[in-house]
Ligand binder design. Structure first.
Ligand code: SF4
Length: 216
């Protein structure tokens, strides 16, 4: 059954224009333009900026930031904190995030960033990086890890019809990293925190909470 669910989600995800897909495209384009750090550093910055922030707001902030930096990450070192703060605004917690970016560029200035092989412990040792952000970067690097955010948690619990711990959700989806963008998109467009549009949902056939399936 899970294979069919994932296949249905994949087809749906490819057919819609979601904020999360737009953000991923933005990150991909920027990561290709930035040459002084590996792509995972750009993914890390995007993930740091994205916490508690809508994806389109993150996308715009990333574009502003890297245009100001002339697509050179280490230019951040010379940029005044207040300028970074203003560029990030209206991202959630933009002041804290600006400070974390400054700390990040300082950390990477003291290392040969291209020789770093980031693992979980290394990533969570960086300023502002928690489990969710670390797992986004690891997923980008091809590790089989699923990052569980509020959308993934809410939809999986609705789907399974019970409350679940983060670790259970990771296991439920076999730690498949591809689940994250698909459920985030579903959470943005169809299964939102306030309303469920089950008649348009690609996984309603299997969902425990489906209003359509229950005939309500
Ligand atoms: S069927 Fe309804 S409740 Fe279940 S995931 Fe889809 S929108 Fe959410």
């Amino acid at each position: 059954m899970k294979k069919e669910v994932i296949s249905s989600l994949e087809k749906w995800y490819d057919s819609v224009n979601s904020p999360v897909a737009r953000l991923r495209k933005t990150v991909e384009v920027i990561a290709k333009k930035v040459k002084d750090v590996p792509e995972w550093v750009v993914v890390l910055i995007a993930a740091l900026i994205s916490t508690r922030t809508k994806d389109d707001v993150t996308s715009d902030a990333l574009k502003r930031l890297f245009e100001h930096l002339d697509y050179t990450f280490f230019n951040l070192d010379d940029m005044p904190l207040e300028e970074i703060t203003q560029i990030l605004k209206p991202v959630g917690f933009y002041r804290v995030k600006a400070k974390n970016l400054k700390k990040l560029v300082r950390t990477f200035s003291n290392e040969d960033v291209f020789s770093i092989k980031p693992d979980y412990d290394y990533l969570v040792s960086l300023s502002g990086v928690g489990r969710k952000v670390a797992r986004i970067v690891l997923a980008f690097l091809g590790e089989g890890v699923l990052s569980v955010d509020t959308h993934v948690k809410r939809i999986t619990e609705r789907f399974a019809g019970r409350e679940m711990k983060v670790e259970e959700i990771e296991e439920f989806w076999d730690n498949n990293p591809a689940i994250n963008p698909m459920l985030v998109a579903l959470g943005q467009l169809i299964c939102t925190p306030r309303a469920t549009n089950c008649s348009k949902c690609p996984i309603s056939k299997w969902c425990t909470s489906s209003v359509t399936k229950l005939g309500r």
